[in-house]
Design a protein around this ligand. Structure first.
Ligand code: GDP
Ligand code: MG
Length: 448
């Protein structure tokens, strides 16, 4: 474990600076071998040059900084060599360091070591990658909150509350004579309150996931209702070919944009109609698949045409999906009214637009936004499935405990509470399997 790892920590390409980072017990001695100045003290910047140990050839000027364990990113000895941001000079430097005994770091290994050495918990470690990969400002802010302990402190608070109940119960088990017997109603109240806090945190998952992982919005409907026109209107540029010839879009056309802070992938589908054309049939298959994978479906109708049976057939395909009904071409003489659709789609959002004249598109955007982030407030959000599942498990154990409190089964209550604590420990990482760690850190790049 305590071997010394090395990697280029800046993006591969051409830039002002490029950083080679080492971490491990031999970081300083290895780095020193190729750096011209003596690195005497930690946290001081030394200006010198990198040279090839074998040929003594100079490679690049560099600033070396040594961070002595445990006061470093990983908690181990770390050396950062700030060089010019080229590709070859950095590659050669890494090769030299490997030749001197360092090992190329695996994906996320620096952060993994930081986690294992207690420099950050698992939520904060994941926030590092979320911050790096944030595609929108909102996503970045969510990641920052998590990085600076926003979610961790919520979990800690909940844990403390559970621990306090646990110690009351354990006290009465261990010293039944000395301690005032626990009042079951009081305990129940406390457990109920803790459950509420967990539920509150759980309810942030939808927003957290949407903002961090993005949302797929699929535009579906019959051919020629204006799907491609709407895609272009939503993207604000002409991405898809629009034509009066039905069946023009034969493949799914998609594009991700920053949709008011949410990374949204809009997907335009081939119109779905019975066809004998082979390519169009393939397109139809893809459309159906896209609908299946959609988070939200915009189901479109043409207001200038009467409703047909196949419209209704198609609408069935998207039943059970998060759906917004869009009535397009309202600039033309109307043959299909909103009221007609109201009867078919009771209690669903129906938005009237003219994609061509860009009328009602802003309204539609608002409806989409509210579907993704209803009542959004900037609180710390949970974003990963593991966090959601673990909170859910903790909640189940608490509810179970609540049920049996006061029934003379204090040992069982205490077991449930300990299980709840274990579930929470998965989120912060005290109690996490290597598999989960592998999955998490494989999302990182090398050098992070
Ligand atoms: N009048 C009118 N025509 C539209 C509107 N939206 C699309 N169209 C036209 O309808 C035809 C089909 O549009 P297109 O976006 O290719 O439909 P798709 O097959 O569903 O992708 C084109 O001639 C568009 O210009 C609209 O809101 N009003
Ligand atoms: Mg089209």
């Amino acid at each position: 474990m305590n071997d010394t790892i090395v990697a280029i920590s800046t993006p591969r390409g051409f830039g002002g600076i490029g950083v080679v980072r080492l971490s491990g017990s031999s970081a300083l001695s290895i780095a020193q071998k190729i750096f011209s100045k003596k690195i005497k003290h930690p946290r001081k910047a030394y200006f010198g040059y990198i040279f090839d140990v074998n040929t003594k050839e100079r490679i690049d000027t560099a600033i070396a900084i040594y961070f002595k364990a445990p006061h470093s990113y990983t908690g181990e000895d770390v050396v950062e060599l700030q060089m010019h941001g080229g590709i070859k000079n950095l590659d050669v430097t890494v090769k030299l360091l490997i030749g001197l005994g360092a090992r190329l770091a695996e994906r996320g290994e620096f952060t993994r070591r930081a986690f294992l050495n207690g420099k950050m918990d698992l939520i904060e470690s994941e926030a590092v990658i979320e911050l790096i990969q944030a595609k929108t400002e909102k996503a970045m802010k969510v990641a920052s909150k998590r990085l600076f302990g926003g979610v961790s402190s919520e979990i800690l608070k909940i844990k403390k509350q559970i621990l306090s109940v646990l110690s009351e119960i354990e006290g009465s088990i261990d010293f039944p004579m000395d301690v005032d017997q626990v009042n079951p109603d009081e305990i129940k109240d406390k457990l109920e309150n803790i459950s509420k806090e967990i539920e509150k945190l759980l309810s942030t998952y939808r927003a957290g996931k949407s903002i961090e992982q993005g949302v797929k919005v699929v535009i579906a409907g019959k051919t020629n209702v204006g799907k491609s026109t709407l895609l272009n209107a939503l993207l604000k540029f002409d991405r898809a070919i629009v034509s009066e010839t039905p069946g023009t879009t034969r493949d799914t056309v998609e594009e991700e944009i920053d949709f008011f802070g949410i990374p949204v992938r809009f997907i335009d589908t081939a119109g779905i109609r019975e066809t004998t054309d082979k390519v169009e049939a393939l397109g139809k298959k893809r459309s159906l698949k896209a609908i299946e994978q959609a988070d939200i479906v915009l189901f479109m109708f043409d207001a200038s045409e009467k409703l047909k049976d196949d419209d209704i057939e198609l609408a069935k395909l998207t039943e059970g999906k998060e759906r917004i009904i869009v009535l397009n071409k309202t600039d033309l003489p109307v043959k299909l009214k909103k009221e007609d659709l109201n009867k078919l789609f009771v209690d669903e959002n129906i938005v009237e637009i003219s994609a061509l004249k860009k009328k009602g598109v802003e309204m539609l955007e608002k409806v989409i936004y509210n579907k993704i982030l209803p009542d959004y407030v900037e609180t710390p959000l949970i974003t990963t499935e593991t966090e959601k599942n673990s909170l859910h498990n903790a909640l189940l154990h608490l509810k179970e405990a609540e049920k049996i409190v006061g029934k003379g089964m204090d040992e069982l209550v205490s077991e449930e509470l300990k299980d709840a604590l274990d579930s929470l420990g998965v989120i912060t990482g005290e109690n996490v399997s290597t598999d989960i760690l592998n999955t998490i850190f494989s999302r990182f790049c090398i050098g992070k």
